[in-house]
Design a protein around this ligand. Structure first.
Ligand code: HGY
Ligand code: MN
Ligand code: MN
Length: 410
């Protein structure tokens, strides 16, 4: 008998269709969390999921649970999913793939007339990306009780609204539910790798063993607004000059920290951002990552002390606010082994690997057996419109997801 396979063409075309929402000029898309485009993406996902026979539940964080009932619905759901929100210059795959792979698994089971013992769920988590508001992975943090729902609702967006207002406006404010009331037996997230390793190693499937640790800080440097034409250089308290020195120093600091360190300053705001005013304030964000907690701890200490010293020398004010701190995560050994075995059984090359990127699966791992399936992306480019994955690789990951979910759901 032919082995059951997902429909590669259909999976590909759903990516093309979804990518039209928030389409950008260079082939990518932009659907910032809780924007109008995000709503359109959510609406389309719900329509597709209902057509595939799913029941839809939306929680107070705007997470969407698309449930394919099983024969015994008292069993905890075997869950998959990821996110539909994107970075500002995103491709068509980061997050989206995990959601559409789940949908394709359901469609494939429907076509084959297969019912599972346990129910299956495909979950869209709110705001994985942390562009309009923080923290990253906020939807899965609420569900796993690592972030309070009131705190999320009060969080300010870059448009001056609150998350609660946005959820209300878009019609995605449901009842508050957590893992305590909504039982999930395991979580398996498919994702593009977003790095170069699978391509370099010529492997189709990554069986992800865990996620490196990550921390984000918001640094605010304050000086004094003043006139560009009249204020003598020695009398200035120029926050921008101070902040740029800090950025250069941070990059020098990590230069000798080995190959595994990642430090990024990707957001930098100058106030009042006017050519003829000496800038009185700068806010920038630091994204720091490493697989080892001890390294993160030591670096964080050095960063706090070093920035304070730089501010003092320049006569500037400094505050540092924590945005998030994710400890390194180890996924469930049995589930990782299962993914590896299912990849081999389906005839795909596979390797174990650690995730450099953060994922909602990292939050789920604290509470239920969790693992991830990676597929290659071209040249490891992601958070970029040039992000690419092949239809064959996307289907391969979805096939591994299909068999891993089936083996868990019975
Ligand atoms: O930044 C991350 O790791 C994730 O893609 N948001
Ligand atoms: Mn991302
Ligand atoms: Mn992602």
């Amino acid at each position: 008998m032919e082995k059951l396979r997902v429909n590669e063409q259909r999976l590909w075309l759903t990516h093309v269709e979804m990518g039209k929402i928030g389409a950008l000029p260079n082939g990518g898309c932009c659907r910032l969390a809780l924007s109008d485009e995000d709503k359109m993406g959510r609406d389309l996902f719900i329509r597709w999921s209902r057509e595939a026979g799913c029941e839809i539940r939306i929680d107070a964080a705007g997470n969407i649970f698309a449930r394919r009932p099983g024969l015994d619905n008292s069993l905890p759901a075997v869950a998959t999913g990821s996110h539909l929100d994107t970075q500002p210059h995103a491709g068509l795959y980061d997050g989206i793939y995990g959601v559409l792979a789940g949908l394709e698994v359901f469609r494939t089971l429907n076509d084959a007339g297969i019912e599972t013992q346990a129910p299956l769920e495909n979950i869209v988590w709110t705001n994985e990306e942390c562009v309009r508001f923080s923290p990253p992975t906020s939807g899965s943090m609420v569900f796993t009780e690592q972030l309070g729902i009131a705190e999320l609702h009060q969080a300010k967006t870059t448009d001056g609204t609150t998350v609660g207002q946005d959820l209300q406006r878009l019609g995605y404010l449901g009842d508050h539910i957590t893992m305590a009331s909504h039982k999930i037996g395991c979580f398996i997230e498919a994702h593009i790798e977003q790095g170069p390793i699978l391509e370099q190693q010529n492997k189709t499937i990554g069986a992800v063993t865990g996620i490196q640790g990550a921390r984000m800080f918001e640094v605010r440097v304050t000086g004094q607004d003043n006139h560009a034409g009249t204020t003598p250089m020695p009398l200035r308290r120029d926050a921008l000059t101070g902040a740029t020195r800090m950025v250069l120093w941070l990059n020098e600091l990590v230069a000798d920290q080995g190959d595994d360190i990642r430090l990024t300053i990707g957001r930098f705001n100058v106030s009042p951002n006017s050519a003829s005013t000496v800038p009185g304030a700068v806010t920038f964000q630091i994204d720091l990552r490493h697989p080892q907690m001890t390294v993160l701890n030591a670096l964080e200490d050095r960063i706090r002390m070093g920035l304070a010293e730089k501010a003092r020398q320049a006569g500037l004010g400094l505050t540092i606010k924590d945005i998030c701190a994710f400890a390194p995560v180890a996924f469930d050994g049995a589930l990782v082994a299962m993914i590896e075995a299912q990849a081999v059984a389906s005839g795909y090359s596979v390797m174990r690997m650690l995730s450099g990127a953060a994922h909602d699966a990292g939050n789920l791992a604290a509470l239920v057996p969790t693992a991830m399936i990676f597929v290659p992306c071209e040249k490891g480019i992601s958070h970029n419109e040039a992000e690419r994955a092949t239809p064959g690789d996307l289907a391969a990951g979805a096939n591994v997801l299909l068999y891993t979910m089936l083996s868990r759901a019975g």
